[in-house]
Design a binder for this molecule. Structure first.
Ligand code: 13P
Length: 334
């Protein structure tokens, strides 16, 4: 029974050309993005911003699931409705980010391990009671001279698999996010090599921990040249490198791959997703999106913390959501 529920939820998260809205920035990350735009870094401002996101009219046409942060899942609209209830009312499946962040990995300078396993079983049970049906955990892999190390890739893959097994035990679909960072001067080829190794290691660990792949969503990075690499490959080359990498590593049993945006512009993220759809007509899994910055940033730039800008900001969010749904059909035009 539980397996069927997990499979149904996982499939629903990537069905009908929709994707996920990641709105799970931790308070420090959210505050950093607010500070850049002179928005007050307060709980009230974070609540108002998240209310703007979840009450965007029409969002459910393009967004299947939304991922709040712990603070947000406990918050309500000005009118008093819990955000989870608003999402469900809009036809959007509520999720929750459950890792507690990437911390320095002992003995591995420049690398991190994502924490949050201690007490996770109890936290998952509580989030499930609050209405969450899926969860997210992000592992971070940096590229650089001698990086990543096997120690870092192995430890993060193991933690992702333990998290995923606990999620399924609690009836929540794990969104498994191993992010190979875009920062650096590395080439597209180097990113592909590392992403391939990371995904292979993660899939192996998921198997070791008895995770049912049919009830998982994978949230990988696109295969990209480093942000300071002098050779910035075109959209088609990125699409080909990404899909070839995934075809070699991600089993067909996984129902969906929903990309993170990782600091790409909103337009490039959509264009690259579109190129994947156009160039690979029938991959074994759904190819979807789970963006934070590439779907939210235009809206945040318009809102600026002002009530008068809410409607325009919601229009900008809906526009990006529609763009990404169009990209899933291969119909995106910049
Ligand atoms: P970005 O799309 O901004 O990379 O965020 C995705 C995410 O959920 C990071 O954990």
């Amino acid at each position: 029974m539980r397996s069927h529920e997990l499979i149904d939820t996982a499939r629903a998260l990537v069905a009908n050309g929709k994707g996920l809205l990641a709105m799970d920035e931790s308070n420090p990350t959210c505050n950093k993005r607010f500070a850049r735009l002179d928005i007050p870094q307060t709980e009230a401002a974070r609540r108002a911003y998240r209310e703007l996101l979840v009450t965007t009219p029409g969002l459910g046409e393009c967004v299947s699931g939304a991922i709040p942060y712990d603070e947000t899942i406990h918050q309500r609209t000005t009118a008093g409705a819990p955000f989870v209830q608003v999402l469900v009312g809009a036809g959007i499946i509520p999720g929750i980010k459950v890792d507690t962040g990437a911390k320095g990995l002992a003995g591995h300078p420049g690398e991190t391990i994502t924490e949050g396993l201690d007490g996770l079983r109890d936290r998952l049970a509580e989030y499930a009671r609050m209405g969450a049906r899926f969860a997210k955990w992000r592992a971070v892999i940096a590229l650089g001279a001698g990086l990543p190390t096997r120690g870092c890739v192995g430890a993060n893959a193991h933690a992702l698999a333990r998290y995923a097994a606990l999620c399924q035990e609690a009836g929540l679909v794990p969104v498994v996010e191993p992010e190979v960072l875009m920062g650096g001067a590395h080439t597209l080829g180097r990113c592909r090599e590392v992403t391939e190794d990371v995904l292979r290691t993660v899939v192996h660990q998921l198997d070791r921990q008895g995770v049912m792949l049919e009830g998982v969503i994978l949230k990988p990075n696109m295969v990209l040249p480093g942000s300071t690499c002098p050779d910035q490959d075109g959209v088609e080359a990125v699409a080909d490198a990404t899909l070839h990498c995934l075809l070699r590593t991600v089993p067909a049993a996984v129902p969906g791959v929903a990309f993170l945006s990782g600091g790409q512009s909103a337009e490039l993220a959509s264009a690259r997703l579109n190129a994947m759809t156009v160039r690979f007509r029938s991959p074994p899994w759904a190819v979807a999106f789970s963006f934070a910055r590439a779907i939210q940033q235009p809206a945040l730039d318009i809102w600026l913390g002002r009530d008068a800008n809410v409607i325009a900001a919601q229009r900008a969010l809906l526009h990006r959501a529609r763009c990404n749904r169009a990209a899933r059909r291969g119909d995106y035009t910049a």
